[in-house]
Design a protein around this ligand. Structure first.
Ligand code: CA
Length: 232
């Protein structure tokens, strides 16, 4: 899952993002309100951590634009106590949660996890299942329940598989996978979707699972359980 931190104190943004990456979130940072709004409106974030006092555009303006554009991201406001007393009413209907500075990093992480669990509507969201595969979101281990063998999936492989498993009831267009996994990164690696998918297919095979990532020409990708009958 992908999180945006809009925070002009670079050191704070850096500390939060490092911690979130350890939780296997993808994290982008905006150091001013204009860039924050631009990124927020791409609608690729599951959650936005939003400071209020920001250069160029303040957090309230960003929040109201997020609402006006029907952006689905959850929003946690992160702000100094003095600001919150004045403005509590102003954002009570827009933000999902707020935390006043100074705060404990672990409390922010816990609140983020709670918001994203709600979003999943699944209390046991540390484990994803499809066919005979289970993906542990905490330790990024992929387990095949038929063979009881497991393998680690990391970085983009993990994010891709997580997204495919969470949305296993639908065909996912290639463009959506690019946006969700690579976001606004614009390096040459972002053209390697097929390569990453084939790495994942190999890993799934290595642990003996029947699950396959099916490419549907012109439409996208979908997880499926291979039909044994077709093999004979
Ligand atoms: Ca600030």
């Amino acid at each position: 899952m992908r999180i945006l931190i809009v925070e002009d104190e670079f050191n704070l943004a850096d500390v939060i993002s490092s911690r979130l990456r350890k939780e296997n979130y993808e994290v982008d940072i905006s150091l001013d309100g204009e860039d924050g709004l631009y990124k927020a409106l791409t609608n690729i974030y599951d959650l936005i951590v939003l400071d209020l006092m920001l250069p160029k555009k303040n957090g309230f303006e960003i929040l109201s634009e997020i609402k006006a554009n029907n952006i689905e991201s959850k929003v946690i406001i992160l702000t100094a106590r003095s600001e919150i007393n004045d403005k509590l009413e102003g954002f009570s209907d827009g933000a999902n949660d707020y935390l006043t500075k100074p705060f404990h990093l672990e409390e922010l992480i816990a609140r983020i996890n709670v918001q994203l669990r709600h979003k999943d509507n699944n209390l046991n969201s540390n484990i994803l299942e499809f066919g005979d595969l289970t993906l542990n979101l905490k330790n990024t281990k992929l387990l095949c329940t038929t063979t009881n063998e497991s393998i680690e999936v990391i970085c983009k492989e993990f994010l891709l598989l997580e997204y495919l498993m969470k949305n296993s009831n639908q065909i996912i267009p290639k463009e959506v996978l690019y946006d969700k996994i690579w976001g606004l990164e614009n390096d040459s690696m972002s053209n390697n979707l097929e390569a990453y998918l084939s790495f994942i297919r190999k890993k799934i095979k290595v642990i003996g699972s029947k699950v396959n990532i099916k490419a549907i020409r012109g439409l996208g990708y979908k997880l499926e359980v291979s039909d044994e009958k077709n093999k004979n």
